[in-house]
Design a protein around this ligand. Structure first.
Ligand code: HGA
Length: 609
């Protein structure tokens, strides 16, 4: 989602701000802007709709100079993407950038208008700028004014404030939206994501919920939510990010699809030993707690939710542990009932997903036996707040449509199934079957990636379609859901997923030659049932595309195209069958000419609810 970069330095910082925003581009946004205080105390603001490159062009036309400034990429929540709504928002000498939503902005706006403030945007953010300006008439220091207005703001936000009359100071506040301070020598920085600041520093302080900080060139003071002056640890980051690093690939998404064998290898490394799953990060106390688990509640959003849905089949079938899965935005407002000895599992690539974080916080009130986060970002809020953490080692995922994060989440989940299963009543033989299948998985995925050309040719047949139906049974049903989501996200084709047995209860009415039906048909005990469902579609003139094993007994003809894949172990088939559907969505999107890495209206790391 939107990105924040700020700097208080001893050099011109326009280029640092622009480069920082560029590095946050992958998160998805619709407009961008910056404000820099000049040496004579002027506020120079440049904003535009569109990409950071457009902002850079505008800055080249209207150069800004100065050593203190703030910048922002906006993903609109209140007010259309337009220059007037782009951040920073200004109230006389105050400038503000903001991630998140001020939920009570309407009431505040009404009062401010009654007091004579004029609004030039439809955003909730502009309310904060005017409110702070009003408060500045009673406070001498920016920090005092910020502390005075924060209790009046409801919602989730990460905010950076600047006063052009005090060009040596930035004030930042975090409540529900991440902020990190980057430490330099004689200069300091702030951003919503450390990746933005890697060209200028590797030393970071991560703000915690409710923190307010005052940053100058040489000092950093942080107050926690109780108003106490606190120290936050300085972390040396080894994060990697090279904006130009697509190698020979056309898109980050394509690169990330092809990185999956390695991402899975890294995620497995050191965790499979002699046919057993070993999580060194879970200490004795954690193991004792896991022994008590009688039920699992998984909560996540989007692709991560689909991963949770696959895990439900695994937890129940392989480990014998009842498991429920729920979308975080539903769970958090549903007043869920308490369950005895239930483990609360959250999944999130970024670890900053607002709804998932809120669900995790709610789980602590409900009284789960403990919480466990599966996440790709070690320095994220989710990782800090969960009792137990299992990291995926996918590496930075830039494409908005998640690929390697999904398959590595599934990899960790399957290891967890083995771990919890063994603490329950799973046999050693089942654990060995799981570890064996996981060990073989990277090379299996390498094999399936060689089908890229064939799937590229297949994609031609989808690009003029407006709808598509994905079918699966058992643990392939959530893979059909993920495949449909991927096609929607990047090709803008309307796609739905159904459990194949559900077809005759409604969706069969949709079948005609314009509705391609894609079937996930690995060899397993449900294959015969699935074949009957396929016949139901054929009998009604449907056009089928079936992903199956070479010897599954299917033959291509004019109504059915078989994509015959090499053999894979049954347990890991959901992970393996995901890959060709990722390639299919990618190639359809290429043919349609969409923005594959930053699809319209979408953002990575969904930090608003
Ligand atoms: N609500 C603000 C900021 C939006 C945001 O944080 N998006 O991720 C706006 O609409 O400008």
């Amino acid at each position: 989602m939107c990105g924040i970069v700020g700097a208080v330095a001893q050099r011109d910082i326009a280029e640092i701000l622009l480069e920082g925003l560029k590095r946050l581009e992958y998160r998805g946004y619709d407009s961008a802007g910056l404000a820099v205080i000049s040496s004579s105390g002027e506020l120079q603001r440049v904003r535009c709709v569109g990409k950071v490159q457009a902002l850079r062009d505008a800055v080249n036309q209207n150069p800004v100079k100065g050593s203190t400034g703030i910048a922002h990429t906006r993903w609109a929540t209140h007010g259309e993407p337009a220059e007037r709504n782009a951040h920073p928002h200004v109230s006389d000498y105050i400038a503000v950038v903001h991630n998140g939503i001020i939920e009570n902005y309407a009431g505040l706006k009404e009062k401010l208008i009654a007091q004579g403030y004029q609004f030039s945007s439809e955003t909730d953010t502009e309310v904060v700028a005017h409110l702070l300006h009003k408060q500045m008439t009673q406070s001498t220091r920016l920090i005092d004014a910020v502390r005075a207005i924060i209790p009046h703001l409801r919602g989730a936000y990460g905010t950076v404030f600047m006063d052009r009359r005090d060009p040596n100071t930035l004030v930042v506040a975090r409540s529900g939206s991440p902020l990190v301070i980057g430490l330099g020598i004689g200069e300091n920085f702030v951003a919503s994501d450390q990746l933005a600041l890697l060209p200028v520093t590797r030393r970071f302080m991560f703000l915690e919920e409710g923190d307010i900080a005052q940053i100058t060139k040489t000092t950093i003071e942080i107050w926690d939510k109780t108003g106490r002056l606190v120290e936050r640890p300085v972390i040396e980051s080894n994060a990697q990010y090279d904006a130009g690093d697509k190698g020979t690939y056309r898109h980050y998404m394509q690169k990330e699809i092809f990185e999956q064998p390695n991402a899975i290898k890294n995620t497995l490394e050191g965790r499979l030993q002699h046919g057993k799953v070993v999580f060194n990060e879970l200490d004795n106390a954690a193991q004792e707690m896991l022994k008590q688990v009688e039920h699992i509640q998984i909560v996540a959003c989007g692709t991560a939710y689909n991963a949770g849905m696959v895990a439900r089949y695994w937890f129940e079938a392989l480990a014998g542990i009842p498991c429920d899965v729920e979308i975080a935005s539903e769970f958090r407002y549903r007043k869920p009932a308490h369950r005895k000895n239930s483990l609360f599992i959250t999944l999130s690539q970024s670890g900053e997903t607002a709804d998932t974080l809120a669900a995790l916080r709610l789980s602590k009130e409900i009284g789960y036996i403990g919480s466990l986060a599966i996440c790709n970002v070690a320095a994220s809020t989710l990782v800090r707040e969960a009792d137990l953490v299992l990291l995926t080692k996918a590496g930075v995922e830039i494409g908005v449509a998640s690929t390697k994060a999904f398959t590595t989440q599934l990899t960790v989940l399957l290891m967890l199934v083995a771990k919890l299963g063994r603490l329950n009543k799973m046999s050693e033989a089942t654990e060995q079957a799981i570890t064996h299948a996981l060990q073989a998985l990277p090379s299996r995925i390498e094999q399936v990636l060689t089908f890229d050309n064939m799937i590229e040719a297949l994609a031609e047949q989808f690009s003029d379609k407006h709808h598509a139906l994905f079918l699966g049974r058992g643990d392939q049903y959530p893979i059909a859901m993920e495949a449909a989501l991927k096609l929607k996200e990047i090709s803008y084709i309307h796609a739905e997923a159904y459990a194949a047995g559900e077809l005759k209860h409604g969706p069969l009415a949709l079948i005609d030659a314009d509705m391609p039906v894609i079937v996930m048909a690995p060899t397993n005990e449900l294959l015969e049932k699935l074949k009957s469902n396929i016949e139901e579609v054929r009998a009604r003139g449907g056009l089928l595309y079936v992903f199956a094993e070479q010897d599954a007994g299917f033959e291509s003809d004019s109504t059915m195209k078989i994509i015959a894949l090499p053999h894979v172990e049954e347990i890991t088939a959901p992970i393996y069958y995901t890959v060709p559907t990722q390639l299919l969505s990618y190639h359809v999107a290429l043919i349609k000419g969409t923005d594959v890495d930053q699809p319209r209206n979408l953002a990575k790391s969904v930090t608003v609810e």
